[in-house]
Design a protein around this ligand. Structure first.
Ligand SMILES: NC(=O)c1ccc[n+]([C@@H]2O[C@H](COP(=O)([O-])OP(=O)(O)OC[C@H]3O[C@@H](n4cnc5c(N)ncnc54)[C@H](O)[C@@H]3O)[C@@H](O)[C@H]2O)c1
Length: 403
């Protein structure tokens, strides 16, 4: 029998690729989203954001009728399974917004019926899945509940969904069996663990990555304070030295997940998480460090500066929690004029790349888009990522004039 699935938050960065992948694999998928704009875009076959290979696949599953899209919340009751992919942000105290999540879940549970499967795909605070199961039983609702966290890298979801192992955290053996049957459609290996461990898996993955980026960024800061070239040090460290193979480069660790999930883990541990909190200070402090360094070389107060790339990462159109915006904020305070450019983000205040390069006295790299890879910039450049073409004679630090 065909699986029928309603994905709640189905037009988001996680829900939409997952829905396309499941529909392509033979499920009947309904995407439910409360953003009328995104629903209209998907219904018309237009991806609301960049996702490799998704435009063609979306057209196919719409055309063969295996995927439909709606804003009608009653759609939840019409499928065997509901998969929740709504956002799970932290609040101004960096704690999970449990009440907002509960309200959204109440809206879903109100429309569920006995016998359905409920899968939390969103990243959640440890304990949330079992708590949700208890809330269902308090309502007298007999459904199977599981947490199956999403681990794709945004922009590569369709490639990765079919290859990454799926973690299945069912509250009961029946929930695990049913969630496994659904995710086995995607083909990859399934890993069955208790729900709280599935929740920790996801938070540990993102926090580990966030801390690793912070290590590189801390080393970058130390190297620069001593006039050393971090990229050269890193290259020497990692060349033919397998124990350093996973050591990342320096750069902005922004975006909607890494800091948020590190803070979820901190909140879970009653804010006793020195390593995670130190990582936050290093990563979030990087834009200010770059500006302070630049100020030692250039009189920014009279300078026009340009930021190339405002998305939270390269070749992506997502501005959420991008540190390029934090850089813009610091520069707006320090420089005479700040110009921003990004080929993927529509913003009337942004300027074309050529105009930014023409007018700028100093150029900062904000995101490593392919479009910038081969630029020859004849202006002072601040490139924390070491991404842009290097000049023939290299300066000893990252603030340098590119040939
Ligand atoms: N973006 C990533 O790379 C990534 C990776 C792994 C896990 N996650 C996790 O996945 C979850 C979703 O993240 P995202 O980036 O897809 O967020 P998103 O904001 O892109 O998508 C969420 C979608 O849910 C919709 N929505 C919100 N509340 C709703 C409701 N009550 N009913 C119907 N629709 C609703 C929104 O309109 C939006 O389209 C988060 O928990 C996030 O931490 C994200």
């Amino acid at each position: 029998m065909k699986h029928s699935v309603c994905i709640v938050g189905g037009c988001g960065h996680i829900g939409l690729p997952l829905g396309i992948a499941l529909a392509s694999a033979g499920a009947r998928v309904t995407l439910l989203d409360n953003s009328a704009k995104r629903v209209q875009s998907v219904a018309e076959g237009r991806m609301p954001f960049l996702e490799r290979g998704a435009d063609e696949s979306l057209a196919e599953v719409l055309a063969d009728g295996s995927l439909s899209v709606t804003t009608d919340p009653d759609a939840v009751g019409g499928s065997d399974a509901a998969v929740v992919t709504i956002g799970t942000p932290v609040d101004e105290f960096l704690s999970p917004q449990i009440r907002t999540f509960d309200r959204a879940m109440d809206g879903i549970l109100d429309r569920m019926r006995d016998g359905q499967l409920l899968i939390l795909r969103s990243t959640v605070f440890p304990g949330v899945t079992e708590r949700l199961d208890r809330r269902c039983r308090e309502r007298g609702l007999r459904i199977d509940v599981a947490h199956c966290p999403e681990r794709i890298a945004q922009g590569f979801a369709l490639e990765e969904t079919g290859s990454l192992p799926q973690i299945i955290g069912g509250v009961t053996p029946t929930a695990t069996r049913r969630a496994s049957a659904l995710f086995s459609l995607l083909g990859p290996r399934l890993i069955d663990i208790p729900p709280v461990e599935a929740e920790l898996c996801k938070l540990f993955c993102n926090t580990y990555r966030y801390i690793n980026f912070a290590i590189a960024n801390q080393f970058y800061v130390i190297a620069n304070k001593f006039g050393a070239d971090f990229a050269r040090v890193r290259s020497a460290m990692t060349t033919e030295y397998p124990r350093m193979a996973g050591f990342p480069g320096a750069g902005f660790a922004g975006g909607p997940c890494l800091l948020k999930d590190t803070m979820q883990l901190a909140a879970f541990n009653h804010n006793d998480f020195v390593l995670g909190q130190a990582a936050m200070m290093i990563n979030e402090g990087l834009p200010t460090f770059l500006v302070e360094q630049a100020k030692q070389r250039y009189d920014l107060s009279t300078a026009t500066v340009a930021i190339l790339g405002m998305a939270f990462k390269g070749n992506n159109d997502d501005p959420r929690d991008s540190l390029a915006y934090k850089l813009r904020k610091v520069l707006t305070f320090e420089a005479a004029k700040v110009l921003c450019t990004d080929p993927y983000i529509q913003d009337p205040s942004f300027v074309p790349l050529e105009a930014a390069l023409d007018e700028a006295d100093v150029v900062f790299l904000g995101a490593c888009h392919d479009e910038y890879r081969d630029l020859s910039i004849r202006k002072p450049v601040v490139d924390v990522f070491n991404y842009l073409k290097r000049p023939a004679a290299q300066d000893a630090d990252s603030t340098r004039t590119a040939a």
